[in-house]
Write a protein that binds this ligand. Structure first.
Ligand SMILES: *Cc1c(COP(=O)(O)O)cnc(C)c1O
Length: 431
């Protein structure tokens, strides 16, 4: 239960903000109750306005890989801010960030910075359509690529959490151009290409799905998409807004060794500020204005404060051993949860990759959205509520990934596991 101040603030918020939140995923609609209003963050913890402290596995939905209020980030962003907050003119730091990104991601030769993941995937799509002269796109059920019209069809994240089939406001003429296939279903992707092969501009995919829980790509799935795009002349777009610098240095494309034509980045590369990017081979990126005819722009793109925070984040992630450290934290957490679920007699499956993890209240393994939906929602709600009460802040939805940061210590992970024993016992009591 949220405290008194949170409840009061939520009432006030609902009067002036739709649903009381500025992004639907922050609401507690799927789990019930009132979201705690956060006053501050400290390392791996957030503290709400009623003074309750939580071990945080949301991390602002992915960006905070160094933890909250990291001193290095505060210093870097503060120093940038003292020189001015925005110029709308080129700066040296954004060149450094672009160089770093192109260096880290095998498939990036040129990159354009934008302010949100939505903008990145929307722009990548426009580029794919612009260079191929084709209109259709193929996406996968339960993958979320931001809220651009073409990409809301069969989307994950809040769309899945709230059970919205397709959003009103997306014209049917636009939605019709989005073809859907089940995640990890290479045969379905092939069938789509057999039918619409010369009309498909691009295939967009989360190389590790993180917006319907966390689902790993089956061996060969990403390679198959690469092959289909090559055969039919479509562009392969990896939406690495979540996975970029989260699952590995250089993202999932490096981890799985599959090179997309275009890559979308966001979350971690902004270090907790609004920054995102899309990029790919130079010949493709040079089709964007002002070099080429395809238009995309942004008043705050490459914002110097966001770029400073992003650069600081990436420099810290470049240090040796960082991703091993993240993975061993995620492993300790997920293994510990699985053991306790087994002891409580609760069907449960869990995976992690780098600093990203997920779990389902079903035996698994889970390879697609349909399977994710088979997991027990009542058990998730029960577990979520018990964990929150015990001071563990998980995403308020069974269709989201969780995140560990470099600030999560073994003590906090062990405290999380201790809290999970009672939470699993409660979950075991519901169907
Ligand atoms: C979060 C996310 C987005 C959208 O990013 P915003 O910054 O929220 O617009 C797009 N794609 C993926 C894979 C994401 O996880």
């Amino acid at each position: 239960m949220a405290g008194k101040r949170s409840s009061e603030l939520f009432e006030r918020a609902k009067r002036v903000i739709p649903g009381g939140v500025n992004s639907p995923v922050r609401a507690f609609k799927a789990v019930g109750g009132t979201p705690p209003f956060i006053e501050r963050g400290e390392g791996c913890r957030v503290i709400d306005v009623d003074g309750k402290s939580y071990i945080d596995y949301v991390g602002s939905w992915g960006p905070l890989i160094l933890g909250h209020a990291d001193p290095g980030i505060l210093r870097a962003a503060g120093a940038a801010m003292l020189r001015g907050t925005s110029f709308g003119a080129p700066t040296e730091a954004e060149v450094e960030l672009a160089e770093l990104l192109c260096d880290a991601l095998p498939a990036l030769e040129k990159v354009r910075q934008v302010s949100s993941g939505t903008e990145a995937s929307m722009s990548a799509l426009r580029l794919a359509r612009g260079v191929t002269g084709r209109s259709r796109i193929l996406k996968f059920e339960g993958c979320y690529h931001g809220h651009a019209d073409s990409l809301l069809v069969g989307a994950g994240s809040g769309v899945a959490t709230l059970g919205i089939p397709g959003s009103p406001g997306v014209p049917e003429a636009v939605a019709k151009l989005t073809i859907q296939a089940p995640f990890n279903d290479a045969a379905a992707a092939e069938t789509a290409f057999e039918r619409w092969g010369d009309e498909i501009a691009g295939v967009i995919v989360e190389p590790v799905a993180g917006n319907m829980g966390c689902i790993l790509p089956l061996p060969g799935f990403l390679e198959k998409l690469r092959g289909l795009c090559d055969r039919y002349g479509a562009l392969l777009i990896f939406d690495e807004v979540m996975t970029g610098f989260r699952v590995a240095w250089g993202g999932a494309q490096r981890l799985y060794d599959v090179a997309p034509d275009l890559t979308c980045l966001g979350k971690v590369i902004g270090g907790g500020f609004p920054a995102a990017a899309y990029g790919g081979r130079a010949e493709l990126m040079d089709q964007m204005a002002p070099e080429g005819p395809i238009y995309q722009a942004g008043t705050l793109s490459g914002n110097p404060v966001a770029v400073a925070a992003g650069l600081e984040t990436l420099r810290r992630l470049e240090e040796p051993g960082v991703y091993d450290a993240l993975a061993s934290k995620a492993q300790r957490l997920t293994q510990g949860l699985a053991e306790r679920a087994r002891k409580a007699g609760v069907d449960f499956s869990t995976v992690f990759v780098g600093g990203m993890f997920g779990f389902f209240f079903q035996p698994g393994p889970v390879h697609c959205f349909e399977a994710a939906k088979q997991a027990s929602q009542p058990r998730f709600r029960e577990f979520f509520a018990a964990m929150l009460a015990a001071g563990v802040y998980l995403a308020p939805s069974a269709f989201e990934a969780g995140f560990v940061s470099l600030a999560h210590g073994e003590d906090e992970i062990d405290a999380t596991l201790a809290a999970s024993e009672a939470a699993f016992a409660r979950a075991a009591e519901v169907g």
